[in-house]
Write a protein that binds this ligand. Structure first.
Ligand code: NAD
Length: 288
């Protein structure tokens, strides 16, 4: 029987502690405060930012969504980012991606000061990921951090295990490969030009799909042993417009040891880790 690795289970154990940490900081006079810059009205981005705001407010933090028009100039966007960056009352900030075409060349992760970079995309924060020299005060990229937390919660052994990550993006695949390496896993990063992908996934103990293609990974990619763990990072719409991951979960049932569902797996963990990073940023700034 395949185990479902869910964020709900993770939260039922860990959310009370996070809530208490927020309450303790608020009692000391610091309300963890996040500003999210949202350019335009991309429907998925509107939903993502709303969910993040709701989660942080439920913890007692503050979250403001700064809605900027689709047509905003680069200069005006940078002014907005600078205002947030220099405000002592704002502990965390990020720009919701994707940006409109005329701004898509901007590497916004580098524009937020590393101390407020709750997405964990700034080079200074990524350097800690590169070196493996990080602790609970480091702002780690949210989705990769969420994947590792979820697997550890379910006591999935990482040390010495062969991990295949499909996807080499800067927000998921690459940083996640480094977090697995820090856990002493042996990692193979695959991508659109990888040859013999099926051979590689069959040989893995853990497979992570971060591709962005609905139901891409099916049971053909698994070995016969039924002992593999599958992590589905994808957030896609299927042909009927229904939310789905990169993994064809139905075909995997009873053919792998464990799997993360979409929705209810990595997605909510990303939001959880963002809230955790906001707490870290607020604490770090307070202790400075
Ligand atoms: P991306 O488009 O930047 O990268 C996709 C990767 O998939 C690329 O490295 C590409 O080489 C690889 N790829 C594409 N086709 C392939 C193929 N046929 N075989 C092997 N590899 C292939 O995407 P991303 O930003 O990393 O996001 C990936 C998915 O994860 C998307 O569905 C995105 O919505 C989702 N996502 C989810 C969360 C979350 O919180 N759950 C966070 C970030 C991204």
């Amino acid at each position: 029987m395949t185990i479902l690795i869910t964020a709900k289970d993770y939260k039922s154990t860990n959310l009370p502690t996070l809530k208490k940490q927020y309450a303790d900081l608020i009692e000391k006079g610091t309300i963890p405060t996040l500003h999210v810059i949202l350019v335009g009205e991309n429907p998925a981005s509107v939903i993502y930012t709303r969910n993040k705001k709701k989660f942080i407010e439920n913890l007692g933090g503050k979250c403001e969504i700064i809605n900027l028009p689709e047509t905003i100039s680069e200069k005006e966007l940078l002014e907005n980012i600078n205002n947030i960056s220099s405000s002592p009352d704002i502990h965390g900030c990020f720009v919701q991606m994707p940006l409109p075409q005329h701004l898509s060349h901007l590497d916004v992760g580098q524009l937020i000061p590393p101390s407020k970079d709750v997405d964990g995309f700034h080079a200074e924060n990524l350097y800690h990921v590169m070196t493996g020299n990080f602790d609970e005060t480091t702002l780690l990229p949210c989705t990769p951090k969420g994947v590792i937390k979820l697997l550890k919660e379910y006591k999935v052994e990482l040390e010495g295990k062969d991990v295949v990550i499909i996807g080499r993006s800067m927000i998921v695949g690459k940083p996640l490969s480094l977090l697995f390496t820090a856990e002493n896993s042996t990692v193979t990063i695959c991508h659109s030009k990888t040859k013999d992908l099926i051979e590689k996934t069959k040989a893995a103990n853990i497979i992570v799909a971060a591709i962005g293609k609905a139901n891409f990974l099916n049971a053909d990619y698994l070995n016969e042993k039924g002992d593999q763990v599958i992590v589905d990072v994808g957030i896609n719409k299927d042909s009927e417009g229904k939310l789905c991951g990169d993994v064809d979960t139905e075909s995997m049932k009873n053919k792998c040891h464990a799997i993360t569902p979409v929705p209810g797996g990595v997605g909510p963990m990303t939001i959880y880790c963002l809230a955790e990073n906001l707490l870290v940023a607020a604490n770090n700034l307070r202790n400075k």
